[in-house]
Design a binder for this molecule. Structure first.
Ligand code: ADP
Length: 158
């Protein structure tokens, strides 16, 4: 069984993340989404809330699971039998950071490969921070967030 891990903050999940998840779920037998707790970041939503929001957004996908962890991505991958880490690339700026992460992970564990999926052009400007900024200004979030989480994000920021 080919299992992939998609690690990130997902604070909150956007339709850009969801697109990467749907595409990965078509390539792999199982996709484990890992909400990684980063002690250097102060999230807007608790990890439990983020997990709930992702679970609601991926309810239509049978081969996707969501976990929360404070371990390194490669450790979480090993725990779940995943040999592939999925990351999304929106622009060159993402690539520089992702390249560093991927080569570090390569040095830590040669068995685990990082696979980059290129963002759809219509989602390449999207990020969780953009979503939160627009929510603060009462903008329409329909083209940014999965339908199932819009009310919750609006409530938090308005
Ligand atoms: P992190 O804090 O690890 O960067 P994010 O939740 O911001 O976590 O992103 C997780 C992954 O999803 C990253 O690889 C990021 O580049 C990718 N990603 C974020 N937004 C998009 C998008 N709109 N389209 C495609 N990939 C995206």
């Amino acid at each position: 069984m080919k299992i992939a891990l998609y690690p990130g903050s997902f604070d909150p999940i956007t339709i850009g993340h969801l697109d990467i998840i749907e595409r990965s779920a078509r390539i792999f037998d199982k996709v484990v989404i890992a909400i990684l707790i980063n002690p250097r970041k102060t999230p807007s939503f608790s990890s439990e809330k983020r997990k709930e929001m992702i679970e609601r957004s991926v309810a239509h996908l049978r081969n996707v699971e969501v976990v929360v962890s404070s371990k390194l991505a490669i450790e979480v991958a090993k725990d779940h039998g995943a040999k592939i880490l999925i990351r999304g690339i929106r622009a060159v700026a993402d690539y520089e950071y992702e390249l560093q992460q991927a080569t570090t992970n390569m040095a830590l564990d040669e068995e685990i490969e990082t696979l980059f999926l290129v963002a759809r052009p219509e989602y390449s400007f999207l990020s969780s921070s953009v979503a939160k900024e627009l929510a603060r200004y009462h903008c329409d979030l329909a083209k940014i967030l999965p339908d199932t989480i819009i009310d919750e994000v609006e409530e938090k920021f308005r």
